[in-house]
Design a binder for this molecule. Sequence first.
Ligand code: FAD
Length: 405
Amino acid sequence: MKVAIVGYGTAGQATAILLSEQGHDVTVFERSPTLGPVGAGFLLQPTGLGVLARMGLAGRAAAIGQRIDELHGTTLRGRRVMAMRYADRRPGCHGVGMTRGALFEMLRTAHAGAAQVRTGTKIVDYDDRTHTLTDAQGESHGPFDLVVAADGAHSALRAACGTQVRRERLYPWGAVWCLLRIDDWPSPTHLLQRYAGTRSMIGMLPVGTRPGHDGRWVTFYYSLPGETVSRFDDAGVAALKMQVATIWPELEAHVAHLDRAEALHKARYRDVVLARPRHGRMVVVGDAAHAMSPQLGQGVNMALLDAMALSDALVARQNLDEALDTYVRVRHRHVRMYQRMSRWLTPLFQSDHAALGWCRDLLFDPVARLPGARRPMSSILTGELLLPSDAVAGRERADVDAVIP
Ligand SMILES: Cc1cc2nc3c(=O)[nH]c(=O)nc-3n(C[C@H](O)[C@H](O)[C@H](O)COP(=O)(O)OP(=O)(O)OC[C@H]3O[C@@H](n4cnc5c(N)ncnc54)[C@H](O)[C@@H]3O)c2cc1C
């Protein structure tokens, strides 16, 4: 088939690799003039690692990233709020912290057609009668047998799904992020978070190596109301450093060098729900289909799962219409569950509702320790809750656990 992929983020890269390997004639359009990652670091879950294992990349991910065994959150006074261990899911289970740059470069290297990506081409429309795409200069591309919209949370193409867009909202909170070089970080296998009510949260996620740099790196993130993120400036950096000194004094020295707002990435999140992530011969994947708050750390993993499910559906069904229906069906329950959970859980960590913070601090950890609660809780963390048993996690898990020490 002639396939167009719009967007060269994780969803677009993974889809391009898998569909090119199947022999399809793939053209990728990317609006940025140069290829490169945006953002700091993220957590790869066993689900995403399973997809990388299928691509033969799990060992490489382990080598350049940082194995993560536990998510550990405490209050300002040191009270434990959560201690979610991957091993509670099954022995040997873990995540991998990675820099955006490391994942991007790894996928770009694995994509034989990376040099042919049409950069600087912003696609603005899809015509479902002619099966063509139109770019911002008015040039028409195609026709294509299949169009994959992987153009991220602010997707222009999902509007082509018309009434299928059920929800598209900006979250009232966001965060600022940066990478810190810390070679001797004392908790290299833990994602640590510290909460001061629901208005302040700091996270430290070890992410291993960074392309083009020496040493070991940790992603630092700091939660802020949305408008504060939007107007974050040098004065905001000074205020942030004062907050860090109060909430997590041990970090003070690590952020002392930050003095310009440009040193931090600003992030606002969207909540996007599509009734059906397809329209004619166009299918919507990744954040374009299901952007959510990153509280559960699933977006990159979801993008990888989408790419895998789409390529599997195209192999299983010769008829394109049936293949796209199969894709939609296979991903539906898993995507819906994580969309709901991230919408419900985010206010516990980022909101103006102080009472939610008290409840969280009082109840979260005792509930997670109830008999029978550990495994389901850990399946939320690993991204495997409601994942169809024939999907990647089940089939590839053994491979992943064997590959990663
Ligand atoms: C602060 C923050 C922290 C996060 N932490 C985690 C985490 O720990 N774990 C996790 O799994 N996920 C995390 N996520 C979510 C994750 O970053 C996203 O879910 C993931 O990057 C989505 O990938 P994508 O390819 O769908 O979209 P994107 O990465 O946004 O890629 C979209 C691509 O499309 C291009 N594009 C956009 N519009 C057009 C157009 N019109 N024409 C052509 N090209 C276009 C863009 O330039 C971009 O390259 C986090 C997100 C944020 C904001």
